[in-house]
Design a binder for this molecule. Sequence first.
Ligand SMILES: Cc1ncc(C[n+]2csc(CCOP(=O)(O)OP(=O)(O)O)c2C)c(N)n1
Ligand code: SF4
Ligand SMILES: [Mg+2]
Length: 350
Amino acid sequence: MPKTNAIGLTKADYKGAPSTLCQGCGHNSILSQIIAALFEMSVRPEDVVKFSGIGCSSKAPTYMLSRSFGFNGLHGRMPPLATGALVADITVKGIGMSGDGDTASIGMGHFKHVLRRNLPLVYIVANNGVYGLTKGQFAPTAEKGLTLKHHGQNPYMPIDVCLEALAGGATFVARSFAGDPKQLKALIKAAFHHNGLAVIDVVSPCVTFNNDPSARFSYGWARDHEAPLHTLDFIPPEEEIWLDRPLEPGERRPIRLHDGSVIVLEQVREDYDPTDRFAAMRAIEESYKREVLLTGLLYIETPDTAPVVRENLFEILNLPEDKPLNRMQEPELRPPRDALEEINREMFVA
Ligand SMILES: Cc1ncc(C[n+]2csc(CCOP(=O)(O)OP(=O)(O)O)c2C)c(N)n1
Ligand code: SF4
Ligand SMILES: [Mg+2]
């Protein structure tokens, strides 16, 4: 008998259509970890909505969560699509899957705006340094000097998705690697419980167009140069822990999320504080000088850790919690006649 979770579902209930991505593509590993995370957390697939744009990475949601609704939109337009759908129904949880081209080229404007709006959404960037779907042109995250067979040498400096997210005010920023499933799964779980936009930039090698071991987005380079900030554990709210003994400084650091779940960070780099936005930016800059792939939870904002916690988009818009907009009837959505008359009076003062 296959193992079932707390709501009686098997892992197969979280799967999608068979993947048509290349064998070994990092995007397949990301899918496996999303499936495992949601199965282990006993999330009802019907309570999740998948969003994507265009690219191999954006095709990927087809291969997971076939019981969930999904929107596959235009190239780079995943954020506005997710914004509209989630504002209309705040009872579902959104997972957005995008690529480095989809997010950091054509979709960069939308990425920046969804950051400032702090939409509650798990935003995964499957980052391979190339446009996989259109046969491996340089993506804007590719390192300067990268040489590809059909495209010569990349003369431009890369865009760093995590730096852009931090500068844009993101309240949860992480970097991971498709070849580090344990870390990736813990980050996906924490992101799912974050009360705002949670960006996870995942190095997800394209085995067909950009996997030479000298390239930064290859399995070889990432494996040899991964420098995790911490090892991670995620504890769901129903398994409330507070560690049974006082914490020693620099030992295991629990960070409580809004819903009572906890992400426990076992520091590898003892001096690293994931609640300090500037420290995160500095650590990323330093990682380029040290030539390492820095992974882990780079930054998080929670009520316990930030003096002023940013409101998410639902709070900013003051959306009702008891009934989502898409279940309201017209009279509930339309302002009453006297309110309209009052507005008209105010606007047309003679
Ligand atoms: C408006 C528009 N411009 C260009 C394209 C062509 N196109 C399709 S996918 C893609 C890039 C995808 O790259 P990325 O987001 O990195 O995904 P990957 O395939 O690498 O996972 C491009 C340029 C398109 N579909 N629509
Ligand atoms: S072309 Fe690259 S990104 Fe696309 S499925 Fe194949 S390995 Fe993955
Ligand atoms: Mg790509």
